[in-house]
Design a protein around this ligand. Structure first.
Ligand code: NAD
Length: 476
């Protein structure tokens, strides 16, 4: 097995696509039209930094425009290259189709290590990159809407939105040119946590189906399950935090750039996170065992493995040593195509990336809609909802007094029931609904066809089917 060459990220995505499409009856040529990346723009631009001109390279790939705008994050990392952005753009197409957000797929990246720059330098770089993309409509509320990814966050999105607005002073919808902005700059509550929250909702839905839990050789609920997480960044931190604080899961392992932590009894995520914020890594954390070769923890026994850092970490080199029962791909492409095959043969169940990390794009969709409608969710209905609930509570109290006190409301009921849903509650509700519906669409295919052995293939079948329908409707 070790003699087989490891495919590139894009080749891996194409291999997985081909495996699924072989089962479909698409019109001749449509398969290729869907698979290929429509365009990739490479930009090289100069920025004057520390007294000299530094030339930087960035990309924006547009995989499919069957729906517009196209959508996908912008990554800042030294590993960014054309193959990677094209693979990530393709995954965005399938992801958006699977969770029914009305977008085509895109992705961008800038080849820098953001940790090497001061804040004002990053702002200059981001604004210049935005300028290059915006003048080619590669950032545009109706054509191409970026979002955060590895190495970028709310701050970068706010700079991009502001740069776009400066270049398009009469565009009333300019805020919708990018999502993942801070709430005070046109963002939406719950976007920062969205991808990790989506991972939690995905696992909660998985554990609602005993048949699926059994397929992973597990039983019961998330409570007490041993979880190992790779990457305690935006996605990994939120997923691990919610799973441990709200669902009773035990985070037994954390894999970071500078090493790993292992503790059978479970690690406190908030404490580890604070330690990383203070010291820049996990080394020196006072509890648990520090592991120098952190990637070895990918092979440690656990119930659920959550790769939430980068692509290709489970590959031909280590797949046969992975011992987790269930892998949920919080990162994009953490399992290569050959590793996927090895894990499947071992009976490990994989919840695929295009579903598992779709929480980000789902809440980005809500943000984009909010920007276009120029009103926050819940503003019109919240107090009216509360007033109607108050009517019922008043009526119950009146009956109670009238009948004599044979019963009373549960403690806390009145306060909880009277509270109308604000933006955060609505966002979480919409995200939960989206994750449940998407999971059900995958599992239906998984369980109803003998030739579909896993959730990834089911996910591809659902999403490619939807993209194909959209192309056909356009007359292609
Ligand atoms: P991030 O930059 O916030 O965090 C990445 C974390 O991984 C960091 O803590 C970093 O130190 C760690 N890391 C990087 N390389 C590592 C390695 N080799 N070994 C161990 N740890 C390593 O990034 P993020 O936004 O959390 O994104 C993580 C993954 O999730 C990426 O694959 C990204 O494409 C995917 N994703 C992110 C979002 C989003 O909304 N941010 C949405 C969908 C998918």
């Amino acid at each position: 097995m070790l003699n087989r060459p490891e495919p590139t990220f894009r080749e891996s995505v194409d291999l997985m696509f081909n495996r699924a499409v072989a089962l479909m009856d698409l019109p001749p040529g449509l398969e290729e039209k869907i698979r290929v990346c429509n365009s990739t723009y490479t930009v090289r631009f100069g920025v004057r930094l520390r007294g000299q001109i530094k030339t930087l390279t960035g990309y924006r790939a547009v995989h499919s425009e069957h729906m517009e705008p196209v959508k996908g994050g912008i990554r800042y990392s030294l590993g960014v290259n054309q193959d990677e952005v094209e693979a990530l753009a393709a995954l965005m197409t399938y992801k958006c189709a699977l969770v029914e957000t009305p977008f085509g797929g895109s992705k961008g990246g800038l080849c820098i290590d953001p940790r090497e720059y001061e804040e004002h330098e990053l702002e200059m770089i981001t604004r210049r990159f935005t300028y290059e993309l915006a003048k080619r409509d590669l950032i545009n509320p109706s054509q191409n809407v970026p979002a955060p990814d590895m190495g970028t966050g709310e701050r970068e999105m706010a700079w991009m939105a502001d740069q776009y607005a400066r270049m398009n002073t009469t565009d009333i919808n300019s805020r919708a040119c990018v999502t993942g902005k801070p709430p005070h700059a046109g963002g939406i509550q719950g976007r920062v946590e969205a991808t990790g929250r989506g991972v939690q909702f995905a696992l909660q839905e998985f554990f609602r189906h005993p048949e699926d839990v059994k397929a992973a050789n597990l039983s019961g609920s998330l409570d007490g399950k041993r979880v190992i997480v790779q990457g305690l960044g935006n996605v990994g931190y939120h997923a691990a935090k919610f799973l441990s604080e709200e669902d009773g899961a035990k985070i037994t392992g954390i894999i970071e750039r500078d090493g790993g932590l292992y503790d059978e009894k479970g690690l406190n995520i908030e404490d580890v996170h604070q330690h990383i914020v203070r010291s820049g890594g996990v080394k020196g954390f006072p509890s648990g065992e520090y592991v120098v070769d952190a990637s070895k923890l990918l092979e440690e026994k656990c119930d659920i493995l959550i790769p939430a850092a980068i692509e290709g970490v489970i590959n031909i080199g280590n797949a046969d040593r992975v011992q987790a029962n269930l892998i949920i791909e919080a990162a994009n492409g953490p399992v290569t195509a050959p590793a996927d095959e090895i894990l499947r043969k071992k009976g490990i169940v994989i919840v695929p990336d295009m579903f598992a990390n779709a929480g980000g794009v789902t809440v980005s969709y809500f943000e984009w809609v909010k920007n276009l409608s120029h009103i926050r969710f819940g503003r019109m209905g919240r107090r009216q909802e509360e007033a109607r609930h108050q009517l019922i509570v008043n009526e119950l109290q009146r009956l109670d007094e009238h009948l004599g006190s044979s019963w009373s409301m549960s403690p806390g009921f009145k306060k909880k029931y009277l509270r109308g849903a604000g933006e955060l509650e609505l966002v979480r509700s919409g995200l939960d609904d989206t994750m449940r519906a998407a999971y059900q669409s995958m599992r239906e295919v998984w369980h109803s066809r003998d030739d579909v052995p896993d959730l990834r293939m089911a996910a591809y079948l659902v999403s490619i089917g939807r993209v194909a329908t959209s192309y056909k409707a356009k007359g292609l």
